[in-house]
Design a protein around this ligand. Structure first.
Ligand SMILES: Cc1cc2nc3c(=O)[nH]c(=O)nc-3n(C[C@H](O)[C@H](O)[C@H](O)COP(=O)(O)O)c2cc1C
Length: 201
């Protein structure tokens, strides 16, 4: 049983992102401990790039805001789900602020092994999600994370537009597919085995 944190990037509680994230959470809760963290409930300042977290004990940020609560949840998470509305082809600013604040602890401290992506947007353009998908793939690569899958929903604009679409079932099914018996992803297992064999030589 793994621990999953879903970062929900819309300020509209009950909006399309929220409903999609809830559907995923319902499915994922069958085999995991799932927590939703909505940007509507936390005040998180953007990273100011001072880089003081590089050298501070525990890589803590100097900013005293609600990010402290989110760090606590992520510190024990095996998987993170990014759920966002598309804003100008990117994720929402509130969610980006949280993601940027993960920069140093994600690299040095957290045990996150898997990411997944849930996106909604009003347009039906084929390229609607391309920029966010590229960023997602680059992040997977950089942090050596496993791709937990994605659900991308076009043509939903007003709160609740997503109701009655097949996207909610897709998100639910993706959630139920997250069932990591060992709690250790393949990548981390490989590293641990490599370290063990190195110490035995
Ligand atoms: C500032 C802003 C920018 C947006 N930019 C886009 C966009 O580039 N493409 C698009 O398809 N929808 C765009 N939208 C529409 C939202 O993605 C859409 O309404 C979505 O369903 C909102 O999700 P929510 O109900 O979870 O808040 C934008 C909305 C806002 C408020």
């Amino acid at each position: 049983m793994g621990r999953i944190v879903i970062l929900v990037g819309s300020m509209r509680k009950g909006g399309n992102t929220d409903l999609l994230a809830r559907a995923f959470a319902e499915g994922a809760s069958k085999n995991n401990i799932v927590e939703m963290v909505s940007v509507a409930d936390y005040r998180v300042n953007p990273c100011i790039g001072c880089n003081s977290c590089f050298t501070r004990e525990g890589n803590h940020c100097f900013q005293k805001d609600d990010m402290a609560d989110i760090y606590k949840k992520l510190r024990v998470a095996d998987m993170v789900v990014i759920a966002s509305p598309v804003y100008f082809y990117g994720m929402s600013a509130q969610l980006k602020a949280i993601v940027d604040r993960l920069h140093t602890p994600m690299r040095n401290e957290f045990q996150v092994k898997k990411l997944a992506l849930l996106l909604v947007g009003a347009a039906t353009l084929p390229k609607l999600f391309d920029a966010i998908k590229l960023q997602y793939r680059l992040v997977l690569d950089f942090f050596h994370l496993e791709d937990g899958g994605m659900v991308l929903v076009r043509g939903v604009k007003d709160p609740g537009d997503i109701q009655g679409t097949k996207a909610l079932k897709e998100a639910y099914d993706l959630g139920t597919s997250i069932n990591d018996e060992t709690g250790i992803g393949d990548y981390r297992l490989t590293i641990i085995l490599r370290r063990m064999s190195a110490t035995q030589q």
